[in-house]
Design a protein around this ligand. Structure first.
Ligand SMILES: Cc1cc2nc3c(=O)[nH]c(=O)nc-3n(C[C@H](O)[C@H](O)[C@H](O)COP(=O)(O)O)c2cc1C
Length: 169
């Protein structure tokens, strides 16, 4: 399938998670277009932003800013994405944060974005730069789960987003 993977990353932690996720998707035979929201726009990467609606799956990755907030670059991207493709798209969210900012704010942007889109996938939260076999395995498992649930018609049962392809067609 065609996957649009957009991520916001200031110091590289989320970019590294995005890199690993993209690698797993490509290894599974999917086509991934990557977009770094801090330096690229939907128009710039796709030419025509309306093309965003043609992707089967949207992966959104973000670090978390002050008090659990979504960084402005990711907010801008989401605004452009929704204008181009609406909210009835299949979105899976991942990101990085730090527990030292308080558990109530930990990876707050990941939670906010997932809620905004009503994502049916579990969110992936990694503390700072992914490291070690445990983080690598979590990223691999999360990606495999998202890819599998996209294909599995049983998971789409009773899912309001299940027929989103028909809406977009
Ligand atoms: C100004 C500032 C505020 C932050 N606030 C939070 C926060 O509220 N919650 C959180 O989980 N992490 C917070 N962090 C930590 C970053 O989200 C974390 O370091 C993240 O991994 C950075 O990702 P990046 O390397 O992709 O930019 C904050 C970092 C900065 C610089």
């Amino acid at each position: 399938m065609h996957i649009l993977l957009a991520y916001a990353s200031l110091s590289g932690n989320t970019r590294e998670v995005a890199r690993q996720i993209a690698g797993h998707c490509e290894a599974a035979g999917h086509e991934v277009v990557q977009l770094h929201t801090d330096i690229q726009t939907l128009d710039g990467v796709l030419g025509d932003p309306a093309r965003a609606a043609r992707f089967d799956l949207h992966l959104l990755g973000s670090w978390t800013d002050n008090a659990g907030r979504t960084p402005s670059e990711m907010k801008r991207y989401i605004e452009a994405l929704v204008a181009a493709a609406g909210r009835e798209i299949d979105v899976a969210v991942f990101g990085t944060g730090e527990t030292q900012w308080g558990m109530e704010y930990y990876c707050g942007a990941v939670k906010r974005i997932a809620r905004f889109f009503g994502s049916r996938h579990p969110a992936l939260e990694i503390e700072q730069m992914p490291h070690g076999e445990r983080d690598a395995a979590r990223i691999a498992q999360w990606t495999a789960g998202v890819l599998a649930s996209h294909h599995d018609p049983l998971t789409h049962k009773n899912d309001p987003h299940a027929d989103h392809h028909r809406h977009l067609a």
